[in-house]
Ligand binder design. Sequence first.
Ligand code: SF4
Length: 474
Amino acid sequence: MSKRKTDIITEDVRLDNDKIIELKNNNEQFFIINGRRKTYHILTYGCQMNEHDSEKISGMLTSIGYEETTDDKSADLVIFNTCLIRENAELRVFGKLGEVKGLKRKNPDMLVAVCGCMMQRQETREKVLKKFSFVDIIFGTNTIHELPMLIYNVEINKRKSVEIVDNTESIYENMPKQRKFKHKALVNITYGCNNFCTYCVVPYVRGREKSREPNEIIQEIKALSEDGCKEVTLLGQNVNSYGSNLEKKVTFAELLYEINKIEGIERIRFMTSHPKDLTDDLIKAIKECDKVCKHVHLPVQAGSNNILSRMNRKYTKEHYLNLVEKLKKAVPDIAITTDIIVGFPGETEEDFLETIDIVKKVQYDSAFTFLYSVREGTEAAKMENQVPDEVKHERFDKLLDVLYPIVLERNQQCIGKVFPVLVESAENDKLTGRTEHFRLVHFKGSNALIGEIVNVRITNVKTFHMEGEFVSLL
Ligand code: SF4
């Protein structure tokens, strides 16, 4: 896998060339003849970056006359937006592609496209082309803007379409987007990553870190606010290093102060924070910006300094604990969540106990826990002393035995208290939303409250969610 340079292209993506107009006209004809629009279904795997890319894919497809369906079996176009970060996500994609093969046999007109991080890796791409030869379209993370042309090639030119940008990356940021939620939005602030954690494929598949210009970000968020959006989540592989490669240097803390001024936006979240770049200025900004949520997702990955060094994380357990102390001092009721990898190559029982120790010391509000899985092309894949599977599973179970009671206890501290909750969805007569600490809350209420921030009293808690009762509008 090659190391690449990234360019951000700010002009609008053009959807008015002759071929795309021909494609749009064809889709319009399809609508007139069949009384329905062509449909698409996107299966999104992995992180919020991918979720956001899926919104861009939706926007592009809507612009050329497609309509979304929740049913992958009847869709005219099925798109797999894939993730390469863990073996499990990759296996799920291959499993699902196997299922879609049967559908495609019954309905040869159905188009199948695969995109996302898996397709940035040549070996995986070749595997898909060979093993799942029915796939019509393949594109990479930075060629979403090419999708209409790729569909044109298949539909009009009747040829398989593959479009990956391999040597330099040009990221088009002004694509039409179809947001999943009106009241909340994902906003990229950086693309790519420079950190080369030894277990991670992201720097190879998403390229070098590149920050967007602050005014581009501010304009996008202002437009979102005018469109009724209340909460933005700023996205980057490492948001804390935002701005370091801009011509006119801007820090992430400075960006937060600017976004905090935008009228209409009520909540600001960000993901992901690398501990090595979490500065005192940023902690001050989290404290001082009233719209910045009292929640930091701070991936620790491991508690042993030996393993942290082998992971190339560039911080120590002591440094991380010191950051947690500073955060808790600055914002006393802050929620801290994390990512933890169990069974990294060379992890001894003593190393693992350091992870258990840090979990106990930090008292996390929640954590994503993972079994280490070999990712070809990374440094860790070449390391000796891979931990046997049964040892990994045993440690994983031990970790959850320690973690879950802590998470439950943190939730129990919320019982009887009232929290503002941004209502996100409804199912039957239950509404679901999140507190600013990112806790999931279910309560009874009217669907009219979706998109509103309301006060909810917590009445009961579980490990992964809380239950409450509506108190008042905010
Ligand atoms: S910071 Fe490390 S784990 Fe996160 S995307 Fe970059 S290389 Fe991967």
